[in-house]
Ligand binder design. Sequence first.
Ligand SMILES: Cc1cc2nc3c(=O)[nH]c(=O)nc-3n(C[C@H](O)[C@H](O)[C@H](O)COP(=O)(O)OP(=O)(O)OC[C@H]3O[C@@H](n4cnc5c(N)ncnc54)[C@H](O)[C@@H]3O)c2cc1C
Length: 290
Amino acid sequence: MLPFELLKPTSFDEAIELLSLDPDNSKSIAGGTALMLMMKSQIFTPTQVISLRNIKDSSYIKSESNGEISIGALTKLSDLENSAIIAKHAPVISRAMIKLANVRVRNSATLGGALSHGDPHMDLPPILSALSANARTISPEGKRTIPVDSLHIGYYETCLEPNELIYEITLPANISPYSSYLKCTTRSADDWPALGVAVNLMIENNHIESSRIFMGSIADTPTRLIELEKRLSNQDLTPALLISAAEFASEEIDPVSDHLGSAEYKRQLAKVYVKRALLEAYNNGVNYVK
Ligand SMILES: Cc1cc2nc3c(=O)[nH]c(=O)nc-3n(C[C@H](O)[C@H](O)[C@H](O)COP(=O)(O)OP(=O)(O)OC[C@H]3O[C@@H](n4cnc5c(N)ncnc54)[C@H](O)[C@@H]3O)c2cc1C
């Protein structure tokens, strides 16, 4: 790793000021679980590393009066995993966390880092996209709100400016408990997924009103299955629908081969995992205890 200067601002304002001094040669660091590996392999060679860890009041999980949940960007993944608020409001996140990397990584990695890294194999971007979460950002231009489903624009690429930071993530009020996330790993259960499917069903008495379905690990960004969502809309959830939806999904996607599986393999996984994820979302909703 090449030498660098480590700076430790105590506010987001100070951090974006430091990032703006030399954006091309600066990187922010939160948990460091992704950035350190990229710096060691010299994919990134910043001369200034701006640690976000000393920023005051940047780690929290709060229920707001309008029913939304606000999560500070520096909140550790293990805090999400163990949060009673998350378990009640968005249990799909708590359940997914157990299979995301390992305890050591979750104890360091932050939610802001998980959304900013931009690796298309990550678990949280499709989940938070399916839940219609938003990322709130700050830069010298001011603050803006970016839907998580628009954050990722390419392979390891987000729409964030070099001197823009996520300071908070918000989950909408009244998330449907009919939600699931399933990942297929080819090695251990907590490995990077060869395919991940996040499902969020708005359902009333077995009747699907609408849905949000995102797949990870099949393209350079999380992929929304818009045609499948249309196909499921206004349908009763029946075994026949599950089978046809799974077939339909595997035809809608255009997966790319990578080190975790060939395109053909991922298409086959989609067929199996969409069906399972829909069924699991339904069961999670039926068994949800307020
Ligand atoms: C062994 C191992 C196994 C893993 N397995 C999985 C897995 O199964 N599933 C999975 O989803 N992930 C997995 N990961 C990835 C892990 O989730 C990420 O490394 C982690 O979420 C990144 O968060 P961080 O806080 O450590 O980010 P950092 O490494 O600190 O930063 C990552 C990137 O985000 C930027 N950044 C950080 N915070 C912000 C912010 N607030 N605003 C804007 N930009 C910011 C940094 O500049 C950097 O470019 C694994 C990682 C390791 C090391």
